[in-house]
Design a protein around this ligand. Structure first.
Ligand SMILES: [Zn+2]
Length: 419
């Protein structure tokens, strides 16, 4: 990765994680005045707001990280942060290969950073009053963007700064929940250096469960549907980025093809199905009442379709037999149940998925932590298509009351679900 020296504004490349020195990473919203890698190297744009932001980041990171690392971690002098990474200038976007490589690595770059500073340009300076700051923080557009989702989740600590680079507070990985205390920052030093913990405010704003804020590694235990639900209301400037900004969170690597449009999200789902056996990927509900959807599609149109899927839990159990996408759709071997749907006047086929809804037992309030028997399985409802004997299409996914309905068990067999 290419890092910026915080003192000299020179770049240096580091080729392996082991050789990469500790660095501070910036998370921010892009404005119209950002400086590119080429322009910084050429010394252009030095009077722009974008250039100013770079200088302010360097000054801030230099002063903060030196004191934090000396005081708190007791690290050696050579571990003090002298390097920074900013997405505007550390990627040379004139090279599509470099851009692709960077986007596929970006989650790891945020995860491995010594510290992440989130610069919220729409939060007024703290001298304008604590109430104004809290309100502006809760309303900040930083929470509405696609890329900032992984920038929030991947680093261990995220320190939020207002427009004037004053610390508002932090996302804290050191909450004291497991010791039976109320969930609050357990580090005295944190409060001094990072301001108050904002986990409760972030949860309120993003609907992301506390455990995923406290322990970044836990996000990989969240179901695919739950992870996609976090992205449901986030926007990106380029439509392809609604998919590309999720790669790291889903542990997917794929080539980027700017220009492919909404196909990017289709390709992402295909890639997930190829690599993961978490069937919660089928647990979505069309946004906008399904007006934009082709009837019977197995795959979602965009992350908004997962908006209501945040409570889906993956069991982690592999299906008995592998399944795969083929040219006509999903090829799968499974048991189904044939049920008469009196409202629609037709038979539907229901299939149990390896995911479900958390039980109501208060001893197991967190997704993935409850015992499996606490999980109420999710099911996929299919209908037969007239075009091919073994071909079905998706109707919906739902909770399993439907399973209780009288119907005819259909033995395990191979069939296809239109993609
Ligand atoms: Zn803390």
């Amino acid at each position: 990765m290419r890092l910026l020296n915080l003192h000299t504004l020179q770049f240096e490349e580091f080729y392996s994680e082991d050789d990469t020195p500790p660095y501070a990473i910036l998370s921010h919203r892009w404005t119209r005045h950002e400086v590119s890698h080429r322009n910084l190297v050429d010394g252009c744009d030095q009077n722009s707001a974008g250039y100013n932001k770079i200088i302010e980041f360097c000054n801030f990171a230099r002063s903060r990280t030196t004191s934090i690392f000396n005081k708190q971690r007791g690290l050696r002098e050579d571990s003090i942060v002298h390097w920074g990474w900013l997405d505007t200038i550390c990627i040379d976007k004139s090279s599509s290969q470099e851009l692709s490589e960077s986007i596929n690595s970006m989650f790891a770059w945020y995860k491995n950073a010594a510290v992440c500073y989130a610069y919220l340009c729409d939060v007024p300076a703290t001298f304008e009053g604590a109430a104004a700051v809290a309100k502006a923080f809760a309303e900040s557009e930083w929470f509405d963007r696609g890329w900032t989702l992984q920038e929030l989740l991947a680093p261990r600590d995220v320190i939020f700064c207002d427009r004037a680079w004053q610390v508002i507070g932090h996302k804290c990985a050191l909450h004291a929940r497991e010791h039976g205390l109320s969930p609050k920052c357990a580090m005295n030093d944190h409060k001094q250096l990072y301001g108050p913990s904002l986990n409760a405010e972030i949860h309120q704003r993003t609907n992301i469960d506390h455990r995923y804020l406290e322990k970044p590694i836990c996000i990989f235990a969240a179901s695919i549907a739950c992870r996609l639900s976090w992205a449901a209301y986030r926007k990106t400037t380029r439509i392809e980025d609604t998919a590309y900004c999720l790669l790291g969170m889903l542990k997917i690597n794929m080539p980027l093809l700017y220009g492919e449009g909404s196909t990017a999200f289709m390709r992402l789902q295909e890639e997930i199905i190829r690599r993961s056996s978490d069937q919660s990927i089928f647990c979505w509900t069309p946004a906008f009442g399904g007006l934009t959807h082709a009837r019977g599609a197995l795959l979602a149109h965009d992350p908004r379709d997962f908006a209501r899927s945040s409570d889906i839990v993956a069991t982690g159990q592999s299906p008995d037999t592998p399944y795969a996408l083929t040219n006509i759709g999903l090829e799968i071997r499974a048991k189904t149940k044939k049920i008469w749907d009196s409202k629609a006047n037709r038979y539907v086929y229901v299939m149990q998925l390896n995911c479900g809804f958390p039980g109501k037992d208060p001893r197991f309030p967190y997704p993935g932590i409850g015992r499996e028997e606490e999980l109420v399985p999710a099911i996929l409802v299919l209908e037969h298509t007239s075009s091919y004997e073994n071909l079905y299409q998706r109707v919906e996914y739902c909770s399993p009351e439907v399973l209780a309905k009288k119907g005819e068990e259909v033995a395990e067999r191979l069939f296809y679900v239109r993609a």
